[in-house]
Write a protein that binds this ligand. Structure first.
Ligand code: 5RP
Length: 224
């Protein structure tokens, strides 16, 4: 299969390197998306003695296919979470390209160590990627209005192989909210969290402990 710019290889390198660093006997938060998928497959291939806490139906199924045993937050606490991102600026992230950011956030935030895996196209000087906001379905119009009040431009995410909107694993809708360059991610995160009807938004501020970026021939690791 063609891989323009080697992006898929870079994702694989990042995911595999993060999986390689996982120690025996640990509980691993299993992120969502194509980069985290490489880590899940690598954990299965290594045959390392870990249990995984999935963040979506996608990561649940990938873990089953890869032979990674599963557990839950009710039974275990997460030692290390490995998850992708749509944009990385310093240690701050925009996530939610797979509409899984609500579960991702509480799993990643609960981990002793949260490792972000990405390819170089995700790196930026400042966050300017639209911020996914998961909303209770009935609340969508009023949340959209409040987002406009914060200077954002909300767009209801449309499904691709279903008529109508994306419905998340939690049964909610997603507004992709363009704010342009976000100079104060912490302030915007707090404002979005304060809107009634918002389930979770995709700004992950100060949560990451390390970023693994796959490159053309290796992996660049930044400890935060
Ligand atoms: C899912 C996410 C993903 O981690 C993010 O969209 C990155 O995906 P990919 O690794 O496929 O580029 O936040 O909600």
């Amino acid at each position: 299969m063609k891989d323009p710019g080697g992006r898929e290889d870079a994702k694989r390198r990042a995911g595999e390197a993060a999986a390689e660093a996982v120690e025996d006997g640990t509980v691993v938060g299993l992120g969502t998306g194509s980069t985290a998928a490489h880590a899940i497959r690598a954990l299965g291939e290594r045959g390392v003695d870990v249990e995984g806490v999935p963040t979506s139906y996608q990561s649940l199924q990938l873990a089953i296919d890869a032979g990674v045993p599963l557990t839950s937050l009710a039974e275990a606490s997460v030692d290390v979470a490995i998850d992708g991102a749509d944009q990385v600026a310093g240690g701050d992230l925009v996530k939610g390209g797979g509409a899984a950011h609500a579960r991702e956030k509480y799993v990643d935030a609960s981990a002793d160590r949260f490792v972000v895996v990405a390819d170089p196209s995700k790196e930026a000087d400042a966050l300017d990627h639209p911020v996914p906001v998961e909303v209770l379905p009935d609340a969508e119009p009023v949340v959209a209005e409040r987002v406009r009040g914060l200077g954002g431009d909300p767009a209801l995410r449309a499904a691709e192989r279903k008529d109508g909107p994306v419905v998340t694993d939690n049964g909610n809708l997603v507004l992709d909210c363009a704010f342009g360059r976000v100079d104060d991610p912490g302030g915007l995160a707090a404002s979005l969290s304060g809107i009634p009807g918002v389930v979770e938004h995709g700004l992950f501020v100060g949560l990451a402990d390390a970023v693994y970026v796959g490159t053309a021939d290796g992996v660049r690791v930044t400890e935060l």
